[in-house]
Design a protein around this ligand. Structure first.
Ligand SMILES: Cc1cc2nc3c(=O)[nH]c(=O)nc-3n(C[C@H](O)[C@H](O)[C@H](O)COP(=O)(O)OP(=O)(O)OC[C@H]3O[C@@H](n4cnc5c(N)ncnc54)[C@H](O)[C@@H]3O)c2cc1C
Length: 487
């Protein structure tokens, strides 16, 4: 098969995987990246660059072990040895959960959460549920509360408790309940692992959502010691073609034999005619570009893809004070403005301090925190989290702050495409609309996949686009030589 020349827009994981795979198939690639750095929504922040100090993931931070494509690349790139368990929200029983009684230790919160659930259920329904089902419902409801953004929580709240408990009707839950001290807890990880039908049984509005909740809290999650950005840097090293950072595509015109790109670099703009283009730009950004030659249906798809915001605020702390409080890792559902707090393991030289992901919010909650000025945002996070962890108020405890508001990051204008609240058929149709090529212009990125908001989705979409480009009929290959115009 004749080698093709492919220009890839975007050096996030989708663009880099596509470049790597296209070269393996004998094609020639070059990559245009608008940002000064590669990686896109994989963004590892090092508090002390060049020193073995703490780091924090401001973008993606964990990989479900079941995400086979992502795991495959980590193995191929020699990173498997650096994978370690990611302890997530609610996993460390010493961490906190926000309840009607204030912040309670997870191991002490069951009774309050069951009481809260019981008070929401109609009295006539209450007797239909066993104590184990109520315990399951209470801990699922708090996960929804912790993980779903405000607008989605509101949209699905009606009848949600009964719907969630309906998922485990007929399952003997007593095997998964146990006591910790005087409180009863339920092992949702074991329950979901033993009963995959719970996840498979989710239809309608809960289809993708419950899948993500199970991924988040019920399956084995992994982190990459040394930073997830090693994935993109290792990929970059394997690609022979050039990756041009700081080259922002500002316009795109699809012709019958070429795709013309308008590219801004520094103060200059040039136009380039390309044989094939693979566009991995999030549609939240793409719809702001000058686009010509795309059909109406595609323009509608680009215009309609919804994105959620995410905001992260991380602290460089003098020491991992939470360990003295008995917390060995995982996360707290802190509620309020800050929502979720994670305690990553200490990496590097412990004398250089520790990273704390003080706040992780998505959707409306992220908009709210993200809309504050940076000093106000940081002050709000320190104020709220200081009430849970007063150690933060000690002089010299917080050495530095790093934050990222993905909704106002020009290169993404959002954190992830949203398919929650849609059933399986609607999700598949939307994916196909987003991924549909236009002549010699192809599309990839998490928004074009079956796993939006995951690295796995970006990888799946890249592999799919590579197959499409590779199979593009040789008979149609009569393109002009690629040329650069203007400066
Ligand atoms: C806060 C947050 C937490 C997440 N957590 C997880 C997690 O724990 N696990 C997980 O698997 N996934 C997670 N994700 C999702 C995961 O990060 C993404 O799905 C994945 O990285 C997307 O890759 P991509 O290549 O599709 O897009 P991107 O990474 O966004 O890449 C697109 C690239 O295009 C570039 N670009 C944009 N506009 C232009 C232009 N005009 N010209 C040239 N280049 C341009 C961008 O700079 C970017 O580099 C998270 C995402 C966020 C934001």
């Amino acid at each position: 098969m004749a080698a093709k020349r492919v220009t890839i827009i975007g050096a996030g994981v989708a663009g880099l995987v596509a470049a790597y795979e296209l070269e393996r198939l004998g094609h020639q690639v070059d990559v245009l990246e608008g940002h000064p750095e590669i990686g896109g929504r994989i963004r590892t922040h090092r508090f002390l660059p060049g020193r073995p100090g703490p780091l924090v993931e401001l973008g993606a931070m964990r990989i479900p072990a079941a995400h086979e494509r992502t795991m495959g690349y980590l193995r191929t790139l020699g990173l498997a040895d650096q994978l370690q368990e990611f302890t997530t929200l609610f996993q460390d029983e010493a961490a906190y959960v926000h309840t009607s009684q204030g912040h309670q230790r997870i191991r002490e919160a069951s009774a309050t959460l069951v009481e809260e659930l019981s008070s929401r259920l109609p009295a006539a329904e209450l007797s239909c549920y066993s104590p184990e089902m109520l315990l399951f419902g209470a801990w699922m409801a708090v996960r929804v509360n912790a993980l779903a953004p405000g607008d989605f929580r509101d949209a699905v709240s009606h009848g949600l408790d009964a719907e969630l408990m309906g998922l485990v009707a007929g399952i003997d839950l007593s095997r998964y309940t146990g006591t910790s001290g005087s409180a009863e807890l339920i092992d949702l990880r074991a329950l979901f692992a033993d009963h995959p039908q719970i996840r498979a049984g989710c239809r309608g509005r809960l289809y993708r959502f419950v899948d993500d909740i199970v991924n988040e809290t019920g399956s084995t999650l992994l982190r990459l010691r040394g930073g997830l950005d090693q994935l993109v840097h290792r990929l970059r090293k394997r690609i022979r073609g050039p990756v041009h950072c700081g080259n922002e595509v500002t316009g795109l015109e699809v012709g019958s034999r070429q795709v013309r790109l308008r590219i801004r670099h520094g103060f200059g703009t040039r136009t380039r005619a390309c044989d094939f283009v693979l566009c991995t730009i999030p549609f939240s950004v793409l719809r702001g570009l000058e686009l010509h030659g795309l059909d109406d249906e595609k323009m509608a798809a680009i215009g309609s893809q919804r994105y959620w915001n995410a905001t992260k605020v991380a602290l460089h702390c003098r020491e991992p004070f939470w360990e003295c409080d008995g917390i060995r890792g995982g996360g707290s559902f802190t509620g309020g403005l800050i929502r979720q707090t994670y305690y990553p393991p200490v990496e590097g030289d412990p004398r250089l301090g520790a990273a704390l992901l003080a706040s992780y919010t998505i959707g409306r909650d992220a908009d709210q925190l993200g809309s504050l000025s940076r000093p106000t945002r940081i002050a709000a996070v320190l104020e709220e989290l200081g009430a849970v962890h007063p150690e933060l108020r000690r002089p010299g405890m917080v050495l530095a702050v790093a934050d990222q508001v993905w909704g106002s990051e020009p290169s993404t204008q959002g954190a992830a495409a949203v398919r929650w609240g849609k059933d399986a058929v609607a999700c598949d149709e939307e994916r196909d609309r987003m991924a549909r090529p236009q002549g010699r212009l192809f599309f990839a990125g998490e928004h074009c996949s079956s796993y939006p908001a995951w690295i796995e989705g970006a990888v799946e979409s890249a592999q799919q686009a590579v197959r499409q480009i590779h199979r593009y009929p040789a008979s149609a290959l009569e393109a002009d030589e690629p040329c650069e115009v203007g400066a």
